[in-house]
Design a protein around this ligand. Structure first.
Ligand code: ADP
Length: 637
């Protein structure tokens, strides 16, 4: 994928309302896709926050009783309640933790990339072809891999907010009586207590707002880091992985000693990144705020102790309650601080979430058809190009002009012409990667735009010029799936001319293709290390076998045999022709000799079909086809 360095995270700040809207949308997205992830996260973090309050409350009751009336049955009651409830809450928290961990890991991969791959799969093809779309995606992925900004941070914030919210709630419940219980009669007029109370309130405000202030100061730096992260990721992958592990770099690396260069750049970038983060975290106002916040929280603890002890001293409650109140108020203040701090982070992260939605919201306009494609056992489909013209988005010239063509099942059509004459564009339109600018393409008399896109595509099997195989077992490559009919896969490979090759492979259909696939490089699966290298010709034959396995009524080969020598190419085509008796085949080839067995040959020139007919007819006409034919015959003599 091309990484465009010019796209940066906009250093914008969203309003509170926009932040809430974006967070609600993210929540909805996650809820629709991973409801268990959300429920388990909220329940686990709620229990995590509330569990410590149970021993705090019951041990306080126990101590009060011990220091007071010491009634045996009451003591027994508190001890039993303390033990049983602590045990149950501990158990429930741990079970929820396991549940939450499972769902966090299941959903992690999906929201790391599957949201985006699904979108890419559904998007209009011209959008995928467009650098702006890829820019957006690159930016999202970089933000994600660098610091987890986007959905990962959203889930972390959800955890933090849940914990903090229930900490505050539990803290309030357990400390309300601290402020409401009256002092003993003789101390009612004592004003010292009120002053301490004001002190606590002031310190809580300090402890809560300083981290929130830090969050605001942090925001602009975070955008800088995220932009820096784009570069760091690029450097890291280029010099950290690709330079050393990509076999094709080995020669250049030795000659130019790129390893020294790589080490240097990688080291400097990593150092810069780490030091800049540390520096930013600690310098200037941030350093003061951090120190101030820590100091304020220590002071607050002191004031809380003072207030609680004084109230106990003045007879408002028993000695046991002292630990309860100190613990509860402290926990509540920490929860409040965390809430404010996280709110600032949520606001920062919303900018990154907005980027995600900008990408997910790219409209899908093309594939809206709903008609089902009739499944015909006689495969009697007819496709017609009716006066089709097409101009690529943003191009000034037409790539196709007034193309009229009809092909019925069982026919063999060859599309020939010089480079740039429009042959591939013709196939792209047929597969609805683009829609015609003018004119119509019809399947059985109905405009193909009206059909459900996936159904329409299912009638085609295409081997593009730049087909791709995966570093996965050959069987899975041919079947384009993990479960397949092994006998049919072997049959297709044999028909594509790979029978002998397959016999030589010890692992048979489980033979991994490519020795240096990503999986092998990162040692993900030991079996992959036994992968085999395949030549260009073998790759093309595997791709042909894949197209046969699909068993579609239309089969299109777009110069997939370029890596084969002329003799092998001729063999493949004639072989293919013999096998594919009940489907329509469309061949695109430079080598006219390979196409002479076709029923019909269409000659493209500058986007138009200038000649159409059988081999003999076209030769007899003495036009461009015969010119090309004789030129090539000369060449291959
Ligand atoms: P052929 O397959 O016959 O070599 P193509 O169909 O690939 O020719 O190209 C036909 C014309 O369309 C050429 O002029 C080519 O430059 C142009 N073209 C092809 N792809 C694109 C694209 N993605 N954007 C703009 N123009 C394109």
């Amino acid at each position: 994928m091309v990484i465009h360095m010019n796209q940066e995270n906009e250093k914008e700040k969203l309003s509170g309302r926009e932040t809430v809207e974006i967070c609600c949308r993210t929540m909805k997205l996650m809820w629709e896709n991973f409801p268990r992830n959300i429920v388990s996260s909220i329940l686990y973090n709620m229990m995590k926050a509330l569990t410590p309050y149970i021993p705090l409350y019951f041990s306080a009751q126990l101590l009060n009783e011990l220091a007071g009336a010491r009634r045996q049955e009451i003591l027994t009651k508190w001890v039993l309640l303390l033990l049983i409830l602590t045990f149950i809450s501990g158990l429930v928290t741990h079970l929820l933790h396991s549940w939450e961990t499972v769902h966090r890991h299941i959903s992690y991969w999906e929201h790391q990339s599957q949201f985006y791959s699904r979108k890419l799969l559904e998007a209009d093809f011209d959008k995928i072809d467009d650098a702006v779309t890829l820019d957006k995606l690159t930016q999202i992925e970089n933000n994600q891999t660098f610091m987890g900004y986007g959905i990962n941070q959203f889930m972390i914030h959800l955890e933090k907010i849940t914990v903090a919210f229930f900490q505050v709630l539990g803290g309030i419940l357990l400390s309300v009586s601290l402020f409401t219980l009256p002092l003993a009669e003789q101390y009612r007029r004592n004003m010292k207590l009120n002053m301490v109370f004001v002190g606590i309130a002031a310190l809580i405000v300090g402890t809560v707002f300083l981290p929130a202030l830090l969050g605001r100061v942090e925001r602009s730096h975070i955008f800088e880091w995220a932009d820096h992260g784009v570069k760091l990721n690029r450097v890291f992958f280029a010099y950290g992985f690709d330079l050393y592990q990509n076999k094709s770099n080995a020669l250049d690396m030795r000659i130019y000693r790129q390893d020294l260069f790589g080490d240097n750049v990688l080291g400097r970038n990593c150092r810069d990144s780490i030091t800049s983060m540390e520096a930013i975290l600690n310098k200037g106002i941030r350093g003061f705020c951090q120190a101030g916040s820590a100091m304020s929280s220590y002071l607050m603890m002191g004031f809380i102790y003072l207030y609680v002890c004084l109230k106990a001293w003045f007879g408002a409650f028993g000695i046991g309650s002292v630990t309860q109140y100190v613990g509860a108020v402290n926990s509540m203040a920490k929860g409040l601080a965390e809430l404010f701090k996280t709110a600032a982070q949520v606001r920062t992260n919303a900018v990154f979430l907005k980027k995600i939605f900008e990408f997910l919201d790219i409209p899908n306009e093309m594939y809206q058809g709903t008609l089902t494609v009739e499944k015909r056992s006689d495969r009697d489909y007819e496709v017609e190009f009716r006066d089709v013209s097409f101009r690529y988005p943003n191009a000034s010239e037409y790539a196709l002009r007034h193309v009229n063509m009809k092909f019925k099942v069982g026919e063999r059509l060859a599309v020939v012409g010089r480079n740039g004459s429009g042959k591939t564009t013709f196939i792209k339109l047929l597969c609805r990667l683009y829609d015609p600018t003018e004119g119509q393409i019809l399947l059985n008399g109905i405009d193909i735009r009206k059909y459900d896109y996936q159904e329409y595509l299912s009638i085609f099997s295409v081997v593009f010029q730049d087909f791709q195989l995966l570093a996965m077992p050959v069987g899975q490559n041919v079947a384009a799936g993990t479960s397949y009919d092994a006998v049919r896969v072997e049959d297709c490979l044999r028909k594509a001319g790979l029978g002998d090759w397959l016999e030589r492979q010890e692992a048979g259909l489980d033979t991994f293709l490519y020795r240096d696939g990503m999986e092998a490089r990162f040692h993900i699966d030991k079996a992959v290390q036994g992968g085999v290298e395949v030549s260009g010709g073998e790759e093309q034959k595997i791709a042909l076998a894949r197209s046969m396995y699909r068993d579609a009524p239309f089969i299109i080969l777009d110069e997939p045999t370029a890596a084969l020598d002329p003799v092998s190419e001729y063999e493949v085509y004639t072989h293919f022709n013999d096998i594919m008796t009940d489907c329509t085949a469309i061949y695109i080839s430079h080598r006219l000799a390979s196409c002479r067995f076709c029923d019909e040959i269409a000659v493209f020139h500058q986007g138009s079909v200038i000649e159409q007919g059988s081999h003999e007819e076209l030769l007899g006409r003495g036009g461009q086809y015969s010119e090309l034919w004789y030129a090539q015959a000369e060449y291959y003599k």
